[in-house]
Each structure stands twice: as structure tokens, then as C-alpha cells.
Design a binder for this molecule. Structure first.
Ligand SMILES: [Zn+2]
Ligand SMILES: [Zn+2]
Length: 558
């Protein structure tokens, strides 16, 4: 960069993703404005990724590492949420204490963020500021227009982010649903107008960049579900994402059309319905039956809408499949409708649930045979439409795995976008002035919410836990006197290993202690002794078993 340019325009507009680029979930994007040593920041979305038991055992939530912004939090003007999905708002409550900035969202999103802050005990400290649907918000040098679009939840927004150096369009998650059933339709006029203004960069959803065509409409799903439920005889349970309120409304209508009463099963189902009603949606939703009352109705009079479509072990459907749900029992002649897709990684958990249900004679209807789900993300035709509206100088594909982002960038170039850059978490791009380019890399990564404690993902906890899951934990306890002599018989404790291993290890430990005593005139440095014993114990476990457990030696001095 020429020195002259720096002086001519000290202010820069930069884009910095700290989550959601190169991975699905955990979306976190920041925009900075000002001179390089004194930028002001806004954060767009602050989401989580759910831990996977096999990968990160014991970790429920994975969050972006935002220490770069936390260290300059006095310059962070606010967090703005595009919509209420967990991968966009789930990290606000756990990360808020390190940012301590205001939070902004449209009413439905604000209501759900508010609920999370309350659960985290933060509602006294931070109030979510509501921006009206289609409204505007000014934060320092940034003025944001909220432009309505469609997705698989109420109130998704494209943000037109205006700065003195130009405009960026940040799409959030979106699709073009010609009939979303509930909420606003896509404000095509505003998007076209934005494009006519001239847009520096389009920061856009890449989830379905590999999928040809269009994602389809909620209205088509409504038609199929109403028709399908009408053909069923026994109890019907429909499972899907609780956050898709239009789908929830569809299921209620399908129940009504078939003369069934609806019961909502699972906490998040109730929570979403309440949030929608309190913000003015679902006005003619039928009265909801209590689970326990629903059980008293004849099978053909009831329809359950359940959480757990992704096989989540604690959700309603998993418990119903296990026959351990307190109020909902399904059996021969009943049907479960999966009105959802399988999120990659959840295949086995879902198959396990489906096997249990099928084994009891419960019928299964899925997207494989019926048009009972549509994606909430733009396929290639929809992406092309967005680029025709916005006509940006630069495409910045986010929200996807690397292969989605790369395909998205290629598509943008084919659509005559002059420049496309694929961002990775932690990369800072200068968008203006001058030709956009990568200018810096800042610390980024993942945090694990482990119980109630936030830990850096690299600290090895998950690794240790996986190792313990594979080969258990071996503890050897030694007692030595002040002169380093062994003063009591050793104790060996093996957790999570077959019976003979402990005995083999004990024998090896005793032999090692004997050897140390004889060769070393009865004394040894406690640290050396512990290390010798640890190695001998691990070797003995491996000889007896073929596996090396995590091994700890405790030395007590008396
Ligand atoms: Zn998302
Ligand atoms: Zn979303």
C-alpha cells in the first residue's frame, strides 16, 4: 500500500470474521472503521456450535475465541443479530461478560436473546435494544438498515451497513421463499435499491452453494403435510426444528384439518411458540393440549409436535423412542414424520432413534420419500438472484465449510463480480479505501463451554477425555517416608478397564519398587520413583490389554 494513500485516508473499513468461516455454525463477524490503531467495531451475529459427544466429550457448546475484540472492548459499539438461530445468537450470553456492549435485534430475535440473558442471570446488566422490522440503527460511524428477507425462522434480516467509506451488504442466513407463510416477505425493492447505490462488498451465506436450483417454499411443505397427515390413522408425531415457526403453524393446521388436537412436546417447542405469540405472530394458532391430557385422547385425535429431529439424546423424540417419555407413548400403527433434514454428523443418532421406533411398529415418514422439508439457505439460483440485485464489487462468502465458500466464490466470479475473496476466521480484510485485500491475521479459534467453565479448545481437555473414554484412567498411589523409602504397599486403581489389567499393573508396580529399593539402597528421589512407576504401570497395562490408559502416580510423603 502506498504511503501517500495512508495519509490521504487514514480511516479504513475492515471486515473480520472470528467464527463461521470454514465451519458450519458459530457465526461471528466484525466490521471495523477508523485508523488502524483506533478502530471502532460492530459485531454482526455471535453464535455457537454444538459439541459432539464423540469429538468433544462433555462439551455442550463451542464458541468463537474473541479475545482480539475483548481486549479492546471499549471500542466495540454493539452486537447486532441478523436472526435468532443458535448459530447466530447462542454465544451472546456466554461471551457478553467479556464484551459488555449493547445488543440489538428485531423484536422476535430480541425476545429470544432476552430469554437467554435471563437464564444466564444477565438480564439486569444488559437489555436487548429492539430495532423495528425494516428499521434503522446508527452506531458510531455505522448506519445499519435492516432489510427483511426469508429464511427458516421469523425476522431474518439482510443488513445494509453504511459507512463514510461505502456500503457493505451482510446477508445473514437467507433464501428466497415466495410464500414464507408467516412474517415478512423478501423486500426485493430495498435490495434492488441497495444495489443501485453501489455496494462495496456482499458478505453472504454459502451453506447451499453446491446445490443447484432453488430451495423451495414453506407453502409447498404445508400442502404436503396437510395431505399426508390426513391419510394417517394412529397417533401422529411430527418432529422438526422448533425455531421454524411457520412449520409449527403448518403442523397445527395439518392437525386441525385431520380433526386432531396438537400437543407441543419439548421445552424449546413451547419457548418458540411463546416468543412468536408474544411478538404478534401465530395469532390464530389453535389451543395447545397438555401432553398428559393428549394421552387420554383416542390415537386418531392427537398430533404431537416434538423436538429432537437431529437425534439429540435429551430431546423429546429420543425419550419417546426409548419409551421413557413420561407422557408420550407410541406403538404399532402410530407414525413419526421427520419434517427436517439430517444435519451432517447426526446420521447415526437419528438412525438409532428410527431403528427403535421401527422396531416397535411405528411408521416413519422422511424427506427421502415426501416433500416435507425445505432448506432455509439459498441454492445457486437464489445466490445468482442476490448477486443480480446487489451487484457488489467484492464477494465475501461466509457461513459454510471451505468447500461451500470456495464454490460460492467461483459462482460469484461467474456472475461477473469483479473480485471474490474467501475469508477464514481471524483474517482481517480492508474493504475500503482502495482494492480490498487481506491486511492482517488476528488470534482466533474456539472456546469450549465445559460445564460452567469457558476453556480454550486447545487446552487438551477434550483430548484427555477422549483418551479416557478409549482406555480409562489408571491411578497408582505410593507412600514414602522422609528418606524416600517406600513406607506402605502401593495401591492401584483402574477406572474403565477390564479386571485383569489392575492385577497385572499392581504386580509391575511392586516389582519396580523392589528393584528401586534393592538397587538404590532403599531410597529414591520421589519424582524419579513416580516416573519409573508410571512407565512400568503403563507398560504392564499395554502388555496385559493392548491399550495404554492415562496413568497418574500420586506420591504421599509421611
Ligand atoms: Zn446460520
Ligand atoms: Zn439461520
Amino acid at each position: 500500500m502506498a504511503k501517500k494513500d495512508r495519509f490521504a485516508a487514514l480511516d479504513e473499513l475492515v471486515f473480520l470474521p472470528l467464527g463461521g468461516s470454514g465451519e458450519i455454525g458459530m457465526n461471528f463477524n466484525a466490521y471495523g472503521f477508523g485508523p488502524p490503531d483506533d478502530r471502532q467495531w460492530i459485531i454482526v451475529d455471535c453464535g455457537v456450535l454444538f459439541g459432539r459427544e464423540g469429538h468433544t466429550p462433555g462439551v455442550d457448546l463451542i464458541l468463537p475465541d474473541i479475545r482480539y475484540l475483548a481486549e479492546q472492548r471499549e471500542n466495540v459499539l454493539g452486537i447486532v443479530a441478523t436472526h435468532a438461530h443458535e448459530d447466530h445468537i447462542g454465544a451472546i450470553a456466554p461471551l457478553w461478560p467479556s464484551l459488555r456492549c449493547p445488543v440489538y435485534a428485531t423484536p422476535f430475535t430480541a425476545r429470544l436473546i432476552g430469554g437467554k440473558l435471563e437464564e444466564a442471570g444477565l438480564s439486569e446488566k444488559v437489555r436487548v435494544k429492539e430495532v423495528p422490522v425494516g428499521g434503522q440503527l446508527t452506531l458510531g460511524p455505522f448506519t445499519l438498515d435492516f432489510i427483511s428477507i426469508t429464511h427458516s425462522i421469523l425476522e431474518p434480516n439482510v443488513l445494509a451497513i453504511r459507512t463514510p467509506l461505502g456500503v457493505v451488504a451482510h446477508t445473514g442466513d437467507w433464501k428466497i421463499d415466495p410464500d414464507p407463510l408467516l412474517g415478512e416477505r423478501t423486500d426485493t425493492e430495498a435490495l434492488e435499491k441497495l444495489g443501485n447505490e453501489g455496494v462495496l462488498a456482499l458478505v453472504c451465506d454459502s451453506t447451499n452453494a453446491l446445490v443447484p436450483g432453488s430451495s423451495g417454499s414453506e407453502a409447498e411443505v404445508r400442502e404436503t403435510l396437510i395431505q399426508l397427515v390426513g391419510t394417517l390413522k394412529g397417533r401422529v408425531a411430527v418432529t422438526g426444528f422448533a425455531s421454524n415457526v411457520a412449520r409449527l403453524d403448518t403442523v397445527a393446521r395439518a392437525a386441525k384439518a385431520a380433526g386432531r388436537r396438537i400437543a407441543l412436546v419439548g421445552r424449546s417447542m413451547q419457548k418458540m411458540a411463546d416468543a412468536a405469540r408474544e411478538t404478534g405472530y401465530l395469532k390464530d394458532f389453535p389451543p395447545v393440549l397438555d401432553e398428559a391430557d393428549a394421552a387420554d385422547l383416542p390415537p386418531h385425535k392427537v398430533l404431537y409436535m416434538c423436538t429432537g429431529s437431529q437425534g439429540e439424546p435429551r430431546a423429546a423424540l429420543a425419550r419417546i423412542a426409548d419409551n421413557s417419555h413420561p407422557n408420550v407413548q407410541l406403538s404399532e400403527g402410530d407414525t413419526v414424520i421427520f419434517s427436517s433434514r439430517v444435519i451432517p454428523g447426526n446420521e447415526l443418532a437419528i438412525a438409532e432413534i428410527q431403528n427403535k421406533l421401527a422396531g416397535r411398529g411405528v411408521g416413519l415418514l422422511t424427506v427421502e420419500d415426501h416433500h416435507i422439508h425445505v432448506s432455509g439457505h439459498p441454492c445457486r439460483d437464489e445466490l445468482a438472484q442476490m448477486y443480480r440485485w446487489i451487484r457488489p464489487k467484492l464477494a465475501l462468502p461466509v457461513h459454510g465449510e471451505m468447500r461451500h465458500q470456495v464454490a460460492h466464490a467461483k459462482l460469484a466470479r461467474e456472475l461477473q463480480v469483479p473480485q471474490a475473496l474467501v475469508p477464514e476466521n481471524g483474517q482481517m480484510f480492508r474493504l475500503a479505501p482502495g482494492r480490498p485485500e487481506l491486511i492482517d491475521e488476528v488470534p482466533s479459534g474456539r472456546l469450549h463451554l465445559d460445564g460452567r467453565v469457558l476453556v480454550a479448545a486447545g487446552e487438551g481437555l477434550a483430548k484427555d477425555r477422549r483418551a479416557m473414554g478409549f482406555a480409562g484412567l489408571l491411578v497408582v498411589s505410593l507412600v514414602v517416608d522422609s528418606k524416600g523409602r517406600v513406607a506402605a504397599p502401593p495401591v492401584v486403581l483402574g477406572e474403565g478397564m477390564p479386571e485383569p489389567v489392575e492385577a497385572a499393573v499392581l504386580k509391575a508396580v511392586e516389582d519396580t519398587l523392589d528393584g528401586n529399593t534393592k538397587g538404590g539402597r532403599g531410597r529414591a528421589d520421589p519424582d524419579d520413583l513416580a516416573e519409573n512407576v508410571r512407565r512400568a504401570a503403563r507398560r504392564a497395562a499395554h502388555d496385559a490389554w493392548g491399550k495404554k490408559p492415562i496413568t497418574r502416580v500420586l506420591v504421599s510423603e509421611i
